[in-house]
Design a protein around this ligand. Structure first.
Ligand code: SF4
Length: 214
């Protein structure tokens, strides 16, 4: 990786930190298991909708043991607003059962263990490592992060894992935590999928996409 790319990545994160000083995880949760459930539900769904759905669930069920015993049809009803409720309910029940059987009813604290859980991929595991355990080991590459990294020229890859690898090579370690939140905020606010607000974007001088489009 070139020094120029590393310097650009540093500048980008510093600018985004000033632009979004309050960037943080937007899913509501009170413990690691609640976050795990919220993350599973957030696939193909907005965090806002997940936050509206989870309080009623967590009021009745908020431990792996309780989840492992829920009637699957009741769980489907409870999570229905978040979409893909058959698959999500099946994964959540299987995940809760595995937590009970293999992890003493606790959410594990390593990427390897987290990604062994049904319904938990690398992106979700990154979110849990950062927000539940304050131990960011990687960067969750969602649709926002993917788009922004490609536009800014930080990675030419299209696969999330490869984009994450590129970022981890050029980002200073102390920026990994911030990058997780900042890329999501920037994607929601300025670097939107359609009609990105490039004129107003504080990154436009560093952005390959914008510089080429002028
Ligand atoms: S200049 Fe445009 S494309 Fe580049 S990061 Fe900003 S909003 Fe996104």
């Amino acid at each position: 990786m070139s020094k120029l790319l590393e310097d650009n990545a540093t500048k980008i994160i510093e600018i985004l930190k000033k632009t979004y000083p309050d960037a943080q995880c937007s899913l509501n949760f009170k413990n690691p298991f609640e976050l795990l459930v919220a993350v599973v539900l957030s696939a193909q769904c907005t965090d806002e909708r997940v936050n509206k759905t989870t309080p009623a669930i967590f009021e009745k069920y908020n431990t792996p043991l309780a989840f492992s015993k829920i009637d699957i049809h009741e769980l489907e009803q409870l999570i229905h607003p978040c979409g893909f409720y058959h698959t999500k309910a099946k994964n959540l029940k299987a995940c809760a059962q595995k937590l009970v059987d293999d992890f003493n009813g606790e959410v594990p604290k390593t990427m390897e263990e987290l990604t062994s859980l049904p319904g938990v991929g690398r992106k979700s595991a990154n979110v849990i490592m950062l927000n539940a355990f304050n131990n960011p080991v990687g960067i969750a590459i969602d649709t926002h992060a993917k788009r922004i990294c490609n536009r800014l020229g930080l990675s030419k890859e299209t696969e999330p894992l490869k984009i994450e690898k590129d970022l981890l090579k050029i980002l200073k370690k102390e920026y990994i935590k911030d990058a997780n939140h900042l890329l999501v905020y920037h994607g929601r606010n300025l670097c939107t999928a359609r009609n990105p607000k490039c004129i107003d974007c504080p990154l436009n001088k560093l952005c390959t996409y914008y510089q080429k489009s002028k």
